[in-house]
Design a protein around this ligand. Structure first.
Ligand SMILES: [Zn+2]
Length: 58
């Protein structure tokens, strides 16, 4: 089971943690992250709340 979009983890989670999730952290948009494919689109709600003006994965 994977997320349809890639959420951004809150708290102390690093970007690497966001990309490769192991402990089910909470996403900025409030969902429990289960992990998404690296090619999955970024969650727009998470990107807004995290203050990302562009996709920082690249
Ligand atoms: Zn999200």
């Amino acid at each position: 089971m994977t997320d349809a979009v890639m959420h951004i983890a809150t708290g102390t989670a690093t970007l690497a943690h966001t990309l490769r999730l192991t402990s089910g952290p909470r996403a900025f948009c409030g969902v429990r992250i289960t992990g998404a494919a690296r090619t999955a689109p970024l969650c727009p709600a998470c990107a807004t709340k995290a203050g990302w003006t562009h996709d920082k994965r690249h």
